[in-house]
Design a protein around this ligand. Structure first.
Ligand SMILES: Cc1cc2nc3c(=O)[nH]c(=O)nc-3n(C[C@H](O)[C@H](O)[C@H](O)COP(=O)(O)OP(=O)(O)OC[C@H]3O[C@@H](n4cnc5c(N)ncnc54)[C@H](O)[C@@H]3O)c2cc1C
Length: 267
């Protein structure tokens, strides 16, 4: 690891100001991605701005039809939150399936979204649920937030404060996981709301993406049978030692069908 400075600011404004004024600074949340990347010398920030003292960013609450989760809410807190379990049980269960106990007790939703790993779980949930990502300066729709592999719409000095998630009528997430890391070989989140159905896929491509053909079919007929014939083309999908592109393409249709069944309460 390269030498670096370390600071724990006491407010969002201080953290963002430090980020703006320091070349090569990085926010540190759970450190579950950033620290390994630094140990591998793939990142060498000059300053780590540890967000640990910003306890207000760990809050989880609900008002009206919106669930709000602070950026520093750890995966375990989301999984165990009665507020999340009551409003969007699929999101609590998704969080419970991230990594292992150590990762869930350190990693945060804000860190996961800012990192936008193409095999991570939360991006699929935020995209399918039509969430808004609120930062220190604006609100970004999930559709505009995830811009590519490990890429987001965030400015270099911009901090995620919270996510605001509309509570759907029904939702479910299904993932086929890599057994060692629990990252998604492929994962599909399906959410049904008053204004339609959204289907988001992680793990299969270079970044999270939606399946408009499935969404249209499910809007007419919210059953697994409606999408059994809809496949994502294998061209351009990920291929590695865990699965070929063709296998991932097949998984997407299978997992989407299972997610619809689960959302209907049939699993
Ligand atoms: C062994 C292992 C298994 C894992 N398995 C899974 C899995 O099954 N599914 C899954 O989805 N993930 C998995 N992860 C990743 C895990 O969810 C991480 O916690 C997550 O990717 C990063 O969150 P973090 O809080 O640790 O962020 P950090 O590592 O602290 O930061 C990650 C990046 O986000 C930036 N950042 C952090 N917080 C903010 C913020 N509020 N605003 C702006 N930028 C910010 C940082 O500067 C950094 O660039 C796994 C990780 C490990 C080590």
């Amino acid at each position: 690891m390269h030498p670096f400075d370390y600071i724990q600011p006491g407010s969002v404004a201080e953290a963002v100001g430090l980020m703006r004024d320091t070349a090569d600074a990085r926010f540190l949340a759970g450190g579950m991605t950033l620290i390994p990347v630094m140990k591998q010398r793939l990142a060498a920030p000059s300053l780590l701005i540890d967000l640990a003292r910003l306890a207000e960013l760990r809050a989880i609450s609900a008002k009206g039809g919106t669930l709000t989760i602070g950026a520093l809410a750890r995966h375990a807190a989301v999984a165990e939150s009665p507020v999340v379990q009551a409003r969007i049980p699929a999101l609590a269960s998704l969080a419970a399936g991230i990594g292992d106990a150590q990762v869930r007790n350190r990693g945060t939703i804000g860190g996961s979204l800012a990192n936008n790993d193409p095999v991570a779980d939360y991006p699929a949930a935020m995209l399918a649920l039509g969430a808004r990502i609120r930062t220190d300066r604006r609100c970004i729709d999930a559709d505009a937030f995830f811009t590519g592999m490990f890429a987001t719409a965030l400015e270099p000095d911009e901090m995620i404060i919270q996510v605001e998630v509309p509570v759907p009528e029904a939702a479910a997430y299904q993932k086929f996981e890599q057994p060692a890391s629990h990252y998604a070989v492929a994962g599909v989140m399906v959410a049904k709301a008053a204004d339609g159905v959204r289907v988001a896929v992680t793990g299969a491509g270079s970044g999270v993406f939606r399946m408009p053909a499935m969404e249209a079919a499910l809007a007419d007929d919210f059953t697994p049978a409606a999408i059994t014939g809809i496949a994502v083309p294998a061209d351009g999908l990920n291929a590695d030692l865990h699965a070929s592109a063709e296998y991932r393409a097949h998984l997407v249709t299978v997992l989407a069908g299972r997610a619809v069944a689960a959302a209907m309460g049939r699993s």
